[in-house]
Design a protein around this ligand. Structure first.
Ligand code: GLU
Length: 462
């Protein structure tokens, strides 16, 4: 069974780079009928916060990405890590190193002065004497000092590292006994049964060290897929300004989970030239072997385009539900179908949609000066008056078409073009020149409100 994982360190919010690898891992597990598990890597007490863990879980909930089984917290697994450290010590695969900070600094400085790679020199590897006093030893693992370590990567192919170029006997437990990152990742991935690791290629340099741990403990090595980074349009690493922000900020900006996930799946992965993927399609089609070898480019236009697509195709019931997060409560609005049908094609985000709705359902309190200048020429007031009278006299006004017929009647009777009524009526109803079809607007706000807005405009603008 395929078991994948997402293993965030709760040092900050979940950002979209992390979310993308989480999505890839989720999809791959689902495609194979496997499991996607979540592990919170909260061992760094100084930098972790519970708020960040909660923010990560909230983002997952918003996106509907559910992890399988219990969430694992590394902070609760000290005993497990201690057991494996003891095992390595007992087997002579790890050892205590009593080097002081000063000695370590001196070693570094000497190596730098000699233009050598800075690395631990193994001085306690086979130490048998009496250890110096007053030093809490760190535990170092015996890493291979020569030969090659090959990372079999499903995206990049085999990547070979020369041990003497990158390794030394690295620390697996600090002086206070706390285990280090590369050690706990390997132990946990093994114990949690994770056999396919999909993560950002910023972790590639850690992988040889994790392989050393796997081998020392006799654990199976999982399959790795290191995903290239997301770049901005300038080809640089994505910064906060480009969109590398908290995933929940996308909700605030009015993006739907469907659009965000669809956007992310296409950052670094493709299936022909298909752009729109439902969750079901993503699960069916995603394969990490198709992850691109080069960095992907973040594009806000693309995200907006996808979001507009999902908003446009969403049911009005679902939109009504989503809009409550943007201060728009339409549940009991009797014309919500007409309202949403008229506006959902015009918005790139739910924030924009909410704004468009407000503009329609709120009586205008002012009129755009430029629009007034353009619309209120000649006998505009007279035309509005004539239309107002028709609305007032009409008995059955329900659908946009009913209002349309009244506009047509005025156009015919006064022998004017449609623009002559359309422009001043638009300003009267919406306060400006843009907006959806007027017949729909009037059907949404109803007869009384239509008459009120026409009367208000005549009073204000005549
Ligand atoms: N905790 C690591 C991070 O947040 C990820 C570890 C991994 O994926 O192996 O960057």
């Amino acid at each position: 069974m395929v078991v994948t994982r997402f293993a965030p360190s709760p040092t900050g919010y979940l950002h979209i780079g992390g979310l993308r690898t989480a999505l890839f891992s989720y999809l791959w597990a689902k495609k194979n009928g496997g499991k996607f598990v979540l592990r919170i890597e909260d061992t760094d007490k100084a930098r972790n916060s519970e708020a960040a863990t909660e923010a990560i879980l909230k983002a997952f909930e918003w996106l509907g990405l559910e992890a399988d089984g219990e969430i694992t917290y590394q902070s609760q697994r000290d005993e497990i890590y201690a057991k494996y450290i003891t095992q390595l010590l007992d087997e002579g695969k790890a050892y205590k190193c009593y080097m002081s900070k000063e000695e370590l600094t001196t070693l570094r400085e000497t190596q730098m002065a000699n233009k050598e790679r800075t690395r631990y020199d193994g001085r306690y590897r086979d130490f048998e004497g009496t250890p110096p006093e007053g030093i809490e030893p760190v535990i170092r693992i015996k890493a291979p000092l020569s030969g090659e370590i090959v990372v079999k990567d499903g995206v990049k192919g085999d990547i070979s590292f020369q041990a003497e170029d990158i390794l030394d006997d690295f620390v697996i437990a600090r002086g206070d006994g706390s285990p280090t990152y590369n050690f706990v990742v390997a132990v946990d991935d093994y114990l949690m049964g994770i056999n396919e690791v999909i993560r950002g290629d910023d972790h590639l340099s850690n992988t040889p060290k994790q392989i050393v741990v796997y081998e020392a403990l006799g654990f199976n090595i999982p399959a790795f897929y290191h995903v290239p980074m997301i770049h901005n349009a300038q080809g640089k690493k994505l910064s906060k300004r480009d969109g590398a922000t908290d995933v929940m900020a996308y909700k605030e900006m009015g993006y739907t989970p469907e659009a965000l996930l669809n956007f992310l799946v296409r950052l670094g992965w493709s299936h022909g030239d298909q752009e729109i993927f439902s969750m079901e399609e993503m699960q069916r089609l995603f394969d990490p072997k198709d992850i691109n070898k080069s960095a992907s480019i973040y594009s806000t236009e693309k995200l907006d385009w996808l979001n507009a697509h999902y908003i446009k195709n969403m049911s009005n019931t679902e939109l009504t539900e989503l809009l409550t997060s943007y201060d728009i409560v339409l549940t009991s609005h009797d014309k919500k179908e007409i309202l949403l049908d008229a506006l959902k094609e015009r918005a790139k985000t739910l924030v924009q949609l909410a704004q468009l709705i407000k503009e329609v359902i709120t009586t205008p309190s002012e009129y755009d000066a430029k629009a007034v200048k353009k619309a209120f020429k000649g006998n505009a007031i007279e035309i509005l008056n004539a239309f107002g009278a028709k609305v007032s006299a009409a008995e059955e006004l329900k659908l946009p078409h009913d209002y349309h017929l009244l506009m047509e009647a005025v156009v015919n009777e006064m022998e004017i073009g449609f623009g002559k009524i359309g422009n001043p009526l638009r300003v009267a109803l919406l306060g400006k020149m843009s907006g959806p079809g007027l017949d729909a607007v009037m059907a949404i706000i109803g007869k009384e409100e239509t008459m009120l807005r026409i009367a208000n405009a005549i009073t204000a603008l005549q």
